[in-house]
Design a protein around this ligand. Structure first.
Ligand code: PEP
Ligand code: MG
Length: 889
């Protein structure tokens, strides 16, 4: 089977299966598949070849060895490039130079990225100079090659080369790289080679084939680098995808003033606006734009004018190449029916395409583009709904900076990724991670970021860089992660040894609080107040489409009227879980709760419960007012009683005063309540079985409140009274009878009647197994997947943080099972309980109220097993609505 595929030039396939494989990103990676596709539809793509992802996995498995088969196919592919461009690799007269890039299925910072100008050595550089008629260009290319190859392939610190270059410029009194002459670069090549020899103990490789195989090996090896592993973990990318390698004939953006290189998006990736957006640099090579070494210029004259910038835009400086580029943009967007992120080079006036891919975007831009593209007739509503990542909505649901709040603006950089972020400034990625893990909110401030900073960027609320443009590493990664980012804030200078920051005349130290406005590019002193998010506009439109496409209902986990109101604004269609224990902690009533728990007998408990009844009733009235007309699942008391007990002496004394019992007596009672394994102890429905008066009081409060709200507003909620931690049919039978008796009494007393249901949580494996029996007693099941995960895996939900990370790293769990449902294991119990429950009671209501109800992958599973609804915390409700729609598509 072929594992090397040609593209561009005279590439074609004898076997149609090869065409299919080449178009398949899982085989040729994103970059390789798209390069071949661009060439196929007639766009100007320099010829090259792709080594498949399978080869990288084979290489890593075989202990870093290339097969003879691969060597043979690469030789053929190289001959294809040579034929297409009429140059020979390693030819001292007119050498073919190539670029080598990695290309996984999805773009992955952390992987070896690019080596340019490969094929240069002490001889071929002379040939390049002669053939191009440009000495300076040839030596500049050679030094770039040594610099890049040494960094990414040979692992030599790139700072050594940069320092040498800086010193050379200083010696000559020069500022920009472009001011250096052919002789200067020639001299630097000598110095660079000396650095390599010192660092490596051997000379820079002169054999062009050694160079090529070295670069290919570096790409393969980078799949298993620490940085790549971190990125894979954060983004759920499996280790067995592997990476492809793309080798492509070089085209040169550094051949003088008619040459350029650039990065562009077919729409604005920050706002979603339908405008070409990007940056370019005249007389430069690709890494100059991304690395922020020179400040790139605007692509369009409109963008330049808007920014009030001086240097000519590409539209003005190279009108012909620009209009060709604009034509290609339209072609590509229509072809891929999505916003494209493009790399291009102009070599002596001719445009070449080096990459296209679906561009990373902010959540706001994703929404706008999805809605716009439906309106433009480019995609259908289903596709628009499918395209927006539900988790990305999170960015839009959180508060933004209050436009009316005073701002002390320290400086303004580029608005690289929108959103508001505030926190303590930190100067490196490790500190960002450490401070965040101890509970601080931090802003990571760097000169510029690199793939080594990914963990810190992830930990931080926002990112500020002193250098780099809108397509710099910081900007691209921040947008992808949904972190606000201000890049290229050139007034910022960092003193790493003093751990301080100077912004203009102000000096700040690590730990000082700052605020970023990523949409405006502003950096502000202190914490600026925020306002609630806007839920209309594109957000509202897309959510409407999603609602029309989903089958499952979406409810919320909430226990205060405020949370309920917020959840309804976010589109919740009822309460899926109201945890009543939180109401017991209220300052005004904890004393009555404690009296109830510590009472010696039933009479004592009833006295305390009488005090609690009006309070509980008021809780439910307030909630039912907000949720009138909607189903509300209220869970009866669940946690072990000792969680409510006093611990401090002052609390015991207060309780002694209230009850007239002695402090010692109370302390003894509290000790008696101690449990060794409380999560498996006296909790859940066991409380209702042993102390029925507690559940009686709660049921009474619920029914009285529902009747009151109905009398008042004419509309009652639908209470669904839920019994926790049931393991047997008999438990639920006893408690259902208790609840029904209270209902009858209340309805008689009030002369009213409301509809209600009694049901149970399924959160123990036995309950799942016995669901067919239990369904005789309950009208609904709600899967409590937090406890069901804990009890099925035998992993404590409160202690797992200590050991789960290595479990995920080692691939024992693909994700934290408390975040994303263990579908293979716990999922089986859910599926089986749903089936058995329905077999007994065909109209049984089924829902989920564990944390998994807000996780898109788990929601997809809930759709598959046919649950009626998912329930999520208020901020997750829109995420769940969209995920439920995607699951139904
Ligand atoms: C559950 O166990 O999944 C659940 C929702 O209940 P809690 O988290 O309150 O134990
Ligand atoms: Mg539970």
């Amino acid at each position: 089977m072929k594992t090397v595929y040609h593209f561009g030039g005279d590439a074609r396939h004898d076997d149609p299966r090869d065409a299919e494989r080449q178009a398949d990103k899982t085989v040729t990676g994103g970059k390789g598949a798209n390069l071949a596709e661009m060439a196929r539809i007639g766009l100007p793509v320099p010829p090259g070849f792709t080594i498949t992802t399978e080869e990288s996995l084979r290489y890593l498995r075989d202990g870093a060895d290339f097969s003879d088969e691969l060597r043979g196919q690469v030789a053929d592919a190289l001959a294809h490039i040579e034929r297409s461009v009429g140059k020979t690799f390693g030819d001292a007269g007119d050498p073919l130079l190539v670029s080598v890039r990695s290309g996984a299925r999805v773009s992955m910072p952390g992987m070896m990225d690019t080596v340019l100008n490969l094929g240069l050595n002490d001889e071929t550089v002379q040939g390049l100079a002669r053939a191009s008629g440009d000495e300076r260009f040839a030596w500049d290319s050679y030094r770039r090659f040594i610099q890049m190859y040494s960094d990414v392939v040979l692992g030599i610190d790139h700072g050594l080369f940069e320092e040498t270059l800086e010193i050379a410029k200083e010696d000559k009194g020069l500022y920009a790289d472009t001011e250096l002459s052919a002789e200067d670069w020639h001299a630097l090549v000598g110095e660079f080679k000396a650095i390599v020899e010192t660092e490596l103990g051997k000379p820079f490789p002169q054999d062009v084939f050694d160079q090529l195989w070295g670069a290919i090996a570096a790409v393969f090896d980078s799949w298993d680098s620490d940085r790549a592993k971190v990125y894979r973990r954060l983004n759920d990318i499996p280790a067995d995808w592997g990476t492809a390698v793309n080798v492509q004939a070089m085209v040169f953006g550094n051949m003088g003033d008619t040459s350029a290189t650039g990065v562009a998006f077919t729409r604005d990736p920050a706002t979603g606006e339908k405008v070409f957006y990007g940056e370019y640099l005249i007389n430069a090579q690709g890494e100059d734009v991304v690395a922020g070494i020179r400040t790139p210029q605007y692509l369009t004259s409109a963008a330049r004018e808007k920014a009030g910038a001086k240097p000519l835009s590409m539209e003005e400086a190279m009108p012909e190449a620009y209009s060709e580029l604009a034509r290609v943009f339209d072609l590509l967007e229509n072809h891929y029916r999505d916003m494209q992120d493009i790399e291009f080079t102009v070599e002596r006036g001719k445009l070449w395409m080096l990459q296209t891919r679906s561009g990373k975007r902010t959540a706001k831009a994703a929404l706008k583009m999805a809605v716009d593209m439906v309106e433009e007739g480019l995609i259908a509503r289903e596709e628009a709904v499918r395209r927006v990542d539900p988790m990305a909505l999170d960015q839009l649901l959180h508060p933004t900076l209050d436009p009316d709040a005073p701002r002390e603006v320290l400086t303004t950089g580029l608005p690289a990724s929108p959103g508001a972020a505030a926190g303590r400034l930190v100067l490196d990625a490790d500190t960002a991670e450490q401070w965040t893990s101890r509970g601080d909110k931090v802003i990571l401030v760097r000169v510029e970021t690199s793939p080594e900073d990914i963990h810190g960027m992830h930990a931080a609320q926002g990112i500020l860089t002193a250098r780099g443009g809108m397509t710099s590493h910081a900007a691209v990664v921040a947008r992808g992660m949904g972190r606000p980012c201000v890049s290229g804030a050139s007034a910022v200078s960092i003193d790493r040894s003093a751990r301080t920051l100077r912004i203009g005349t102000r000096e700040l130290k690590e730990g000082d609080e700052i605020t970023l406005d990523g949409a405006k590019g502003q950096v502000m002193m202190g914490i600026v107040p925020t306002v609630e998010p806007q839920l209309a506009g594109d957000f509202g439109t897309l959510m409407e489409w999603a609602d029309a496409l989903r089958r499952m209902r979406v409810r919320t986990n909430a226990e205060t009227p405020d949370d309920c109101r917020m959840a309804r604004q976010f589109g919740a269609e009822g309460i899926g879980l109201c945890r009543t224990e939180h109401m017991f902690f209220d300052a005004g009533r904890i004393s009555a709760v404690r009296q109830m728990i510590l009472a010696d007998d039933e009479a004592g408990r009833r006295r305390a419960l009488e005090q609690l009844l009006p309070e509980q009733r008021a809780d439910f009235t307030a909630i039912f007012d907000v949720m009138a007309g909607l189903p509300c699942t209220i869970r009866l008391l669940d946690p072990p009683l000792h969680e409510f007990l006093p611990t401090r002496d002052a609390e015991f004394e207060e309780l002694a005063d209230a009850t007239g019992l002695g402090v010692d007596h109370l302390k003894r009672r509290a000790e008696e309540l101690h449990e060794f394994n409380p999560m498996l102890g006296h909790r859940g429905c066991r409380l209702g079985i042993t102390f029925p008066e507690i559940y009686e009081m709660q049921a009474r409060a619920i029914f009285e409140a529902a009747c009151d709200v109905q009398a008042e507003s004419g509309e009652a909620p639908l209470p669904e009274i839920m019994v926790p931690l049931v393991a047997t049919r008999r438990e639920l039978q006893i408690l259902r009878t208790l609840i029904e008796n209270v209902a009858r009494q209340v309805f008689e007393e009030k002369g009213a009647q409301i509809d209600y249901l009694v049901g149970t949580m399924i959160e123990l494996p036995r309950a799942a197994l016995m669901a067919g029996e239990i369904a005789h007693e309950g009208a609904f099941f709600s899967f409590g997947t937090n406890d069901l995960t804990q009890t099925t895996l035998g992993v404590s939900r409160d202690d797992s943080a200590r050991f789960l990370a290595p479990y995920v790293e080692k691939g024992i769990f693909s994700r934290d099972p408390f975040v994303s449902l263990d579908i293979d294991g716990v999922g089986q119990l859910v599926e089986l309980a749903a089936e058995r429950g329905r077999a007994t009671r065909s109209d049984i209501k089924l829902g989920i109220c564990g944390e998994h109800g807000g996780d898109p992958a788990s929601i997809a599973f809930c759709e598959k097993v046919g649950l009626d609804y998912v329930s999520a915390s208020p901020y997750r409700v829109p995420i769940a609505r969209l995920a439920a729609a995607q699951a139904a598509l």
